[in-house]
Design a protein around this ligand. Structure first.
Ligand SMILES: NC(=O)c1ccc[n+]([C@@H]2O[C@H](COP(=O)([O-])OP(=O)(O)OC[C@H]3O[C@@H](n4cnc5c(N)ncnc54)[C@H](OP(=O)(O)O)[C@@H]3O)[C@@H](O)[C@H]2O)c1
Length: 332
């Protein structure tokens, strides 16, 4: 079978002939029908995660999928051959999804939303889990709270805006001029055009900011929170709490603490908090997300679907940083 791989950090992505996946007792073998692209693929390929998630080379790209179960391990209880599933395999397992078949732990999978096609379902796992883990798990957003989602037109932001609105928050978001209209239609109460407007002049008293942009956008976000509010960053810097949750050694815990030192100090000056979040696989959360999709609360936003043979072009598209929702690769 074939897979899109890199042979070393920073090396070009290419289509390679690879061995069939090996299935463990708790694994499900999935025939991949579609896989979506994530910025994390590009970062992992450059070695950005190697301190805490060292990759085995060659490394297959792809962090989420939709497909059909073709075999199950002896201890699998939730799935049977023929089930349509979607999911985000545990990142530490290094079993990339930009391929024809992959073995995935059953706990990382859920039944595919019945109202979606395979390409639509494949667009959701990693970004919807991230939005869920930021807004539901960590921030526990309550009705009436104010939430700012940066980059509401991106793969992550387009789902996070919808989820925040569903949770009853007043949602503000940022995006570029050409996206303002459709991002408002996702449920945002205020859309700030980052090309012509300054969000710090228009947004204030937020309870939560979801930041996927980092840099100046992150530090300037502290000023738009109410006292006691929080920024949850997914672009970094990583912090000590993240290192502890990942079970990293004490040296790396100190290093990560140092990386976030300046950011934490800036947050403290504003009387607010900063924390870094790194998504984790969860079939249970994907089941709840599938229910929200099937009742019409969440809908995928897809920029473009590329055939499997053109996944390299799909990644070039993603790397422009201008995607409108998700970019998906279809295997069949
Ligand atoms: N830590 C984690 O677990 C985790 C999980 C998921 C994602 N992430 C991170 O979250 C970030 C976003 O991911 P994504 O998938 O949403 O990326 P993406 O789809 O590539 O985001 C592209 C979008 O960002 C918008 N954008 C770019 N610059 C902007 C700015 N200055 N202000 C407002 N919008 C801007 C663009 O709109 P315009 O073209 O109109 O500018 C475009 O629609 C990435 O850095 C990714 O690595 C982290």
């Amino acid at each position: 079978m074939q897979a899109w791989q890199i042979d070393a950090y920073g090396a070009p992505l290419h289509l390679a002939e690879v061995a069939e996946p090996v299935r463990g007792a708790h694994d499900v073998l999935v025939e991949v029908h579609a896989a979506s692209l994530n910025v994390a693929d590009l970062l992992a390929g450059k070695g950005a995660f190697k301190a805490f998630l060292p990759a085995e080379m060659p490394m297959t790209h792809g962090l989420d999928l939709a497909g059909v179960v073709t075999a199950v391990g002896s201890a699998v209880t939730r799935f049977a051959v023929g089930d349509e599933v979607y999911g985000c395999p545990d990142l530490a397992r290094r079993g990339g999804t930009m391929t024809e078949r992959v073995a995935v732990a059953e706990g990382d999978l859920a039944r595919k939303p019945t109202s979606l096609t395979m390409t639509e379902a494949a667009s959701l796992p990693l970004v919807s889990l991230t939005a869920w883990q930021v807004l539901v798990e960590r921030a526990a957003v309550q009705p009436g709270q104010r939430v700012l989602v940066h980059a509401g037109s991106g793969g992550l932001g387009s789902i996070a805006v919808q989820l925040a609105e569903h949770l009853g928050a007043a949602v503000a978001t940022t995006t570029g001029t050409s996206n303002v209209g459709w991002v408002r239609a996702l449920g945002a109460d205020l859309v700030v055009d980052h090309r012509t407007q300054d969000f710090t002049e228009l947004v204030h008293d937020q309870d939560v900011v979801l930041d996927g942009l980092g840099g100046e956008t992150l530090t300037r976000s502290f000023g738009v929170l109410r006292r006691g509010g929080q920024v949850i960053g997914v672009s970094g810097p990583p912090d000590r709490g993240f290192a502890v949750r990942m079970g990293l050694n004490p040296v790396l815990q100190v290093v990560m603490g140092a990386l976030a030192f300046r950011t934490n100090r800036q947050a403290a000056k504003h009387g607010v908090r900063y924390s870094f979040l790194f998504v984790h696989a969860s079939g249970a959360q994907l089941e709840q997300i599938a229910a929200l999709v099937d009742d019409g609360t969440l809908r995928p936003v897809i920029d473009r679907v590329y055939p499997f043979a053109e996944a390299d072009r799909a990644y070039e598209h993603l790397a422009t940083g201008r995607a409108k929702g998700k970019i998906v690769v279809s295997m069949r």
